[in-house]
Design a binder for this molecule. Sequence first.
Ligand code: NAP
Length: 680
Amino acid sequence: MREKVNRRIRVLPVILCLLFLLEITACGAAKNEGLSETLADTSASPLAAGQAGHFSDVPEGAWYAEAVEYCRQRGIMNGISDTAFAPEETLTRAMLATVLYRVEGSPAVSAPSGFSDVKAGTWYSDPISWAAKNGVVEGYGGGVFGVDDSTTREQAVTILWRCAGEPEGAAATDISDAASVSAWAQTAVRWANANGILEGMTNNRRFDPKTNIKRGEVASMLYHYLNNTTSSQPEPVAGGKTLVAYFSATNTTRPLAEYTADILNADIYEIVPEIPYTDADLAYYTNGRADREQNDSTDRPAISGSVANMADYDVIFLGYPIWHGQPPRIISTFLESYDFAEKTIVPFCTSHSSEYSDSGIKSLAPGANWITGRRFAGGTNRSTMEEWINGLELLKPAVPDANQAAFNFETKSVTLNSGYEMPINGMGTYSLHGETCVNSVKSALSSGVRLIDTASAYGNEAEVGQAIREAIDEGIIKREDVFVITKIYPGSEMENPEQSIQACLDRLDIGYVDMMLLHHPDRNDVKAYQAMEKFVEDGKIRSLGLSNWYVKELGEFLPQVSIAPALVQNEIHPYYQENDVIPYIQSLGIVVQGWYPLGGRGHTSELLGNEVIASIAKAHGVSSAQVILRWNLQKGVVVIPGSSNSDHIKENTELYHFELTDSEMARLNALDRNEKHDWY
Ligand code: NAP
């Protein structure tokens, strides 16, 4: 594997911003003159159920009929005349601005838009002024809006997404042509797809992002947007339950705790003193009870009751007032009452004068991960709390966790953008040859492994094929049970791709290949990929992918091919984590697979002997190899460890009876050294 292919330079996604600007200023498209979105008020005649539609050109059974009627009844889209809706006509930029303006309730507009092609007093002048002022639809530059220009589907979705406040997109999408969505529209399209906004608009899961959007489709989008989307409250912390625990002697902290629990949809627990505090107890500088407790750092006022299921919570928001510049001693009692190791504590306090203070309480919860606290004045409102909570990094869905949803840990598989299901743990066969290779693959299949990775360059496709055929003959598997990946190599193989692809199929001799990858970028890579696309059409290959492709390579490559790659296989292990590249690839709806998961032959002792990995392994009663493989799975990375040892092979399948906690994941993430174990 020492082919001299220079590793191409990676670029950060700055390029995406440039593309976005380019796209926004280059929206000129076909004209759609003569149509206008009428100002007529047709909302006075709502339809009874079963009654024929209002517009003569909207057939009752049309997929968008209900949406058109919904929009008409609400005065969002009134048609191009009293009787015609023109559902098949493309929607102009002026129309789009107008319908969104209506969705927003047609707010008053104080100033003209300033665009030379937007005449005052037209049906679209106020909507465009509003849209431009609010950054919903921008002009082309040079003072032109492009009133009659059409809008592509991805532009329309992006504009709607901006109206919605630019919410987070889903991590993955089942749209088959997701890779051809412009980079600047990716989040919007994923958001729209995840929220059912594209229902009816995808044909066989193709979205066709560059096609001009039609009026019927816009009605459908708005209908689903207005009915499906919910408020943008943060999700509870991924993978863990959240508890809001608080102490409030004078009801100042209580409402803030209640807001927090409500915003996070978390459980709430009030720390109630066994002996309630009276007003006299709380009077400052009287040597009363509170004064005395705060003067004695060892005082531990007793708490009435307890949190029965503290072990279930991963994150604890802890609210308290500040007394004499410190948390009340009852907070110390609370912290000493439970084991907070590995849990995350987010303190917040109420005080009109003091700054935030933890005054040493952190040491009372050894092993906990403390987030920097925040002080709030008494009477702080819900939206201030929401703003703070929304800004907390720990609540932002981390890409790996979000992507984990795409991995089904029950079926141990992931559905690829090609529609096929692929196991998420498998076995690699690099450097396995002859009988060793046949026996290793058969041992893997007997142990339940259903994903095998080989390559033309490994020189063992024949042995892999033989092992699979023997396993089928022996009744261990059926052909359709196993997912086989092979690859063609740069140089002569990619120069004559049809011949090389057929040679792989012949050597494997298992009917079809589940997935074929280009092993590395090459001057003939597009040509080779296009040849693989023809084999997909012929049913000889099911899914396609790439190996050793990074951000820049993908940006250049994807626009040149028709079938989106379903997978990218790159070097990934705790010392080389690819944290800049993995989320980018996943954001394209492409599954990531890691090679050298254990560091690669000759390097495994470094990783398997790592103290952090070993200590986590010990805590779960598993091996270091299993911890590394599980870490990959929880990051949304498919694993294909190589092995010729049947015990190792079996061990490498046992990854589903334990789960790494957030803090263990964080400790493993911290091992990254950007240390590549091979040159490509
Ligand atoms: P690897 O999986 O990181 O490490 C393999 C080594 O780990 C072997 O020495 C194996 O020894 C050992 N091992 C496996 N399981 C173990 C366990 N449970 N405990 C202790 N040791 C264990 O390296 P790799 O096999 O080279 O890489 C994985 C696969 O990725 C390859 O087989 C190949 O399919 C693919 N790959 C792709 C590329 C690419 O450019 N696309 C490049 C390299 C590799 P034993 O045999 O003794 O178990």
